[in-house]
Write a protein that binds this ligand. Structure first.
Ligand code: FAD
Length: 108
């Protein structure tokens, strides 16, 4: 089976970084592409319980595809749902803290 911790860290890095560089105001084509990416991820993610919960969470909380700020916050909230589930600390989803971690000064 896959190493769900390593897979998760890499996937979150990809997702949060992609959100940090998503257009400030996303044109329809970018929104369509992002919707497909998130839907595909939720169907193909190679940790079945993770994928099932992520699908459910996305159904209850549809992605904010309007632009960088909305998408980054939405993703942060989804990640916090998983943090809650795993008993991990919640992350501060303010714009400043997201930029510090995922755009201006990545830790790793
Ligand atoms: P991670 O949670 O991987 O976080 C990496 C870094 O992101 C942190 O060091 C921190 O700097 C930053 N960060 C933390 N929270 C946030 C946030 N809310 N917003 C922005 N940045 C943040 N694992 C399971 O065991 N069960 C599951 O059901 C499960 N579901 C998952 C679903 C998805 C869609 C993904 C991508 C991963 C899932 N995982 C799941 C993996 C899990 O979320 C972690 O990636 C894994 O446990 C490793 O955790 P970590 O402590 O190294 O940090």
């Amino acid at each position: 089976p896959p190493d769900t911790a390593a897979l998760g860290r890499s996937t979150w890095t990809f997702l949060h970084t992609t959100a940090a560089y998503y257009p400030t105001r996303a044109p329809p084509e970018a929104q369509t592409n992002m919707r497909r990416l998130l839907e595909s991820l939720s169907l193909l993610y190679p940790c079945v319980p993770c994928a099932t919960d992520f699908q459910e969470d996305m159904r209850a909380n549809p992605p904010d595809l309007s632009g960088r700020a909305g998408l980054s916050r939405w993703l942060c909230e989804r990640h916090n749902e998983v943090n809650d589930k795993l008993g991990k600390e919640r992350f501060d989803c303010s714009w400043d803290s997201l930029n510090r971690r995922w755009k201006d000064g990545p830790e790793d």
